[in-house]
Design a protein around this ligand. Structure first.
Ligand SMILES: C[S@@+](CC[C@H](N)C(=O)[O-])C[C@H]1O[C@@H](n2cnc3c(N)ncnc32)[C@H](O)[C@@H]1O
Length: 213
């Protein structure tokens, strides 16, 4: 049942990608590994998050958000600033019958202004360096909520910088798991929101990515 939905989502993505560029992956086999299997690497972490809303920030074609929503049945918000992408995602959601999933068209920083501290879990893949993900997620997460970061080839300096920001953004590293997926190095790095951030977040829209902390 789940496998069918996961495969149907990939079919829809590859089909839509012929008209609108929503992913660089164009083959079924690559998609099954680098989109579907990769998205599910963080399932264990999402299952450990408290109950409540889950957001996939910078979701693109719905990875890892749609596979994780299919597997967990969680109330899910797919967030992307590009309206063309969220319109395509809305059609996928209808086609797949995922009633508990919806989209938000806009910047992550604006979502945080509209819904501060309302999310129990956040995922992000191929969006930004860890410190930027922490800054973007901190004002969205409720206390005890989890930020689950999908990283490829994570450098020690990127992790060190992220760890140095924990106190500022109120997040604490809770797990770090490594995988090899088809010769690619993968890491799922998870933080928990343990206290309020000590600086005003979100900063002005765009600054997190343009001028990282
Ligand atoms: C490289 S894609 C990754 C897509 C998907 N997570 C994946 O791994 O296949 C990054 C996506 O994040 C979106 N994005 C980047 N910065 C954003 C922001 N500040 N607010 C909302 N969406 C953002 C882009 O439009 C793009 O679709």
């Amino acid at each position: 049942m789940h496998d069918e939905l996961l495969q149907r989502h990939l079919e829809l993505v590859l089909e839509a990608n012929k008209k609108t560029n929503i992913t660089r992956i164009s083959s079924w086999d690559e998609g099954m590994v680098l989109h579907v299997q990769d998205s599910l690497l963080g399932l264990e972490e999402l299952l450990k998050a408290p109950d409540g809303w889950y957001a996939d920030i910078g979701t693109g074609a719905g990875y890892p958000g749609i596979p994780l929503a299919i597997e967990t049945g969680r109330k899910t918000l797919l967030v992307d600033s590009v309206g063309k992408k969220t319109a395509i995602l809305d059609s996928f959601i209808g086609e797949l019958g995922l009633d508990q999933v919806s989209t938000y068209t806009g910047r992550i920083e604006d979502l945080a202004r509209e819904h501060p501290y309302e999310f129990a879990a956040i995922t992000a893949r191929a969006l930004a360096q860890l410190s930027v993900l922490m800054e973007l997620a901190a004002p969205l997460l409720q206390l005890g909520g989890r930020l689950i970061c999908y990283k490829a080839n994570l450098k020690p300096s990127e992790l060190d910088h992220a760890l140095s920001l924990q106190d500022t953004v109120g997040l604490e590293l809770v797990s770090d798991r490594s995988f090899v997926l088809d010769d690619y190095q993968r890491r799922i790095v998870t933080f928990e929101k343990v206290k309020r951030e000590s600086i005003q977040l979100p900063r002005k829209t765009g600054l997190a990515q343009k001028r990282p902390l």
